[in-house]
Design a protein around this ligand. Structure first.
Ligand code: FEO
Length: 631
């Protein structure tokens, strides 16, 4: 990716600054600013740190205890962001596990002739956002001429209706799918312009906006917009993270990294092929700032962060199997539940291809079904002609005895009955592996069930190859030698709201004195992995020598998705809500501080905050193995 400022021979390329230390970067930016002022260079490139300090609104409370605020900041010449800060949004949705709130980022571009708004905000910000938007427009004597809608999920489009009601002359610009979704959302007529990849809209003063279609990141409606004047690329969900700070930019990379990765794993990894396609489409655009829809904008680490998307997406491309996940976008909980299932599948190293059953091209669907060994079908709305046609295509294209299928309800109020989907599949020669029913609005435990079902499906698809691969991965003598590395025997327990889980662990070691800390290696496809993200708390239960058989046997059994792993087990709850097993000889309460990735495990470093020895005369059981290349 060439830097526009480098090409133009301008000062202080920002991308080089991204590799320097933070204080050095700040110094470089200040020097670049001074130098630019001195030379009176009217740069169009968006390379300098913004001159004005961000403007914060007052805080409003939502639902009694959730803080909402807006912040306005300069992004580039004639370009500002209005970020809606949702400080206390919690982890109910799959990708919110890291508990740092989120932001919904919206942008105003003031061209010489026209003003464009890129995305809006969540409707919970109605008063705050509209006041802030109107103040910024009034300060410049502007109105909105265009609304570029990158994606129609309500966290970005919830206030588009309010904007077009206030500015009825504004033209709403989006992909074909986006405008179809919007017409269901905004029940009054509005002016619109459908765009496709490569189309441009000139706002004046060099602000020529070019559109890039980026379907499935993470809905079929998604598009990026690129401003040729400022080299800012607007990407909505892509390259985002759920991380709420006043700092509009990625000034400090380290605290953002786990959030960026987790968000990618939940939302983008299930669409890795689409990520790779989108990266290919933008590779010749010299973007320098990524104006995303959530979290800090990427300004100082763009090549690094784009490179990570590329690496992570390529890594899953070599997966031994893949699953087609058919969901109904903008219908019930189909989208969230299918993402959770897909996340469970990718945790086990299997790739996914997601498609919206309401808008997928029939030929594309046939090809997708032909190349995937697994299929997930989220029940579509029963009154949709498109869905009926897609289900008919599916039933004629499935391969008896060759594909594993999971069907699941979407809890949309008018789901195609699961029984009729199942009987259709059975008639087509395929018995579904699982059918997942949803009786209430999804809770954290239900999301956990869906994730575990995804992992089970992936493991069923790769079971034979996985065992063979593990056995072949290491020379037998080395495997026997490494098995001489022994550890204790423990049960890790973790809980969050109504979701809880446990696993047997033996790869545990003390890792620090001050504070007291330890590491635990957690296989990526373990169910408990989702409850052991940075900031999560868990309990490490030590098992006693000679008396652990029943406990180990219980926790080593293969639990079906959503099963209560603690049924029949005696325990009490620690302060953090995780179970302390009555049979443990000691326990520790721990908080995850960081995670290091290996090929198939996360090495989880945690600080120990509390603990107790309940049987002082007992020693911890030791796990002695014969070989090290599988459990
Ligand atoms: Fe941030 Fe898919 O909405």
């Amino acid at each position: 990716m060439a830097s526009a400022s480098q090409r133009a021979g301008q000062v202080a390329a920002p991308l080089a600054a991204g590799r320097a230390s933070v204080p050095m970067r700040r110094q470089q930016r200040r020097e670049a600013q001074r130098s630019r002022r001195h030379l009176h260079i009217a740069s169009a490139a968006a390379v300098d740190a913004p001159a004005a300090a961000p403007k914060l609104s007052e805080i409003e409370m939502w639902n009694g205890n959730k803080r909402l605020q807006t912040v306005v900041a300069d992004v580039a010449p004639n370009t500002i962001t209005i970020r809606s800060l949702d400080w206390d949004r919690d982890r109910f949705d799959i990708e919110f596990a890291l508990q740092e709130g989120t932001t919904y980022n919206s942008y105003l571009i003031f061209g010489e002739e026209k003003t464009a708004l890129v995305d809006a905000s969540h409707e919970k910000f109605r008063g705050l956002y509209m006041r802030t938007l109107n103040a910024e427009l009034a300060a410049r004597g502007r109105k909105i001429d265009y609304v570029f809608v990158s994606h129609t999920e309500p966290d970005h489009s919830g206030l588009v209706k309010d904007v077009v009601e206030q500015f009825p002359e504004a033209v709403v610009v989006g992909s074909k799918v986006c405008l179809a979704f919007l017409s269901n959302l905004i029940h009054t007529p509005f002016k619109s312009q459908q765009v496709k990849g490569g189309d441009k809209i000139d706002l004046g003063g060099g602000h020529v906006m070019e559109f890039v279609m980026a379907p499935n990141l993470h809905w079929p409606d998604t598009m990026f917009s690129y401003d040729h004047a400022t080299n800012v690329m607007y990407t909505c969900d892509a390259f985002g993270m759920h991380y709420c700070t006043e700092d509009p930019f990625d000034s400090e990379l380290a605290p953002l990294e786990p959030h960026y990765r987790f968000y990618y794993d939940c939302l983008m990894l299930p669409n890795a092929k689409s990520v790779t396609t989108a990266l290919r489409k933008v590779k010749d655009l010299p973007f320098e700032i990524i104006a995303n829809g959530h979290g800090p904008l990427l300004r100082y680490n763009v090549p690094e962060m784009v490179g990570r998307y590329e690496r992570w997406s390529k890594a899953i491309a070599g997966a031994p199997a893949s699953v087609a996940v058919l969901y109904a976008s903008d219908y019930g909980f189909s989208d969230r539940l299918s993402q959770t299932l897909a996340h469970g599948i990718t945790k086990a190293g299997v790739a996914t291809e997601m498609a919206d059953i309401l808008s997928v091209d029939p030929q594309e669907l046939v090809e997708m079904l032909g190349r995937n060994s697994g299929i997930v079908i989220m029940a579509p709305p029963s009154d949709s002609g498109e869905a009926r046609a897609a289900v008919a295509t599916l039933l004629s294209a499935v391969k008896p005895n060759k594909q594993k299928i999971v069907v699941a309800e979407s809890y949309g109020g008018r789901d195609e009955p699961l029984d009729s989907l199942v009987s259709g599949l059975v008639a087509a020669g395929v018995e579904p592996l699982m059918d997942l029913r949803v009786k209430d609005e999804p809770s954290e435990a239900l999301y956990q069930l869906f994730e575990e079902a995804g992992t089970d499906l992936a493991q069923a698809l790769t079971a034979k190859e996985a065992i063979a691969k593990k056995k072949a991965a290491m020379c037998p003598d080395v495997a026997k030698a490494l098995a001489r590395v022994s550890g204790g025997l423990y049960i890790v327990t973790a809980a969050h709201n109504d979701a809880k889980s446990a696993m047997v662990a033996s790869w545990v070691a003390q890792a620090s004195f001050e504070p007291l800390g330890l590491t635990i290696a957690v296989a990526k496809d373990r169910a408990i992995e989702s409850l052991m993200q940075v900031g999560d708390k868990f309990v490490l239960n030590c098992l006693g020598e000679g008396e652990y058989n029943a406990t180990i046997k219980h926790f080593l059994q293969r639990f079906p998705p959503g099963a209560d792993r603690f049924e029949g087990v005696n325990y009490r709850l620690a302060d953090c809500g995780s179970p302390i097993l009555n049979d443990s000889i000691a326990h520790m309460e721990c908080k995850v501080v960081s995670r290091m990735e290996t090929a198939d495990h996360w090495v989880t470093y945690a600080e120990v905050s509390d603990g107790q020895v309940s049987q002082p005369d007992k020693r911890t059981a030791v796990h002695r193995r014969k070989v090290a290349n599988y459990y």
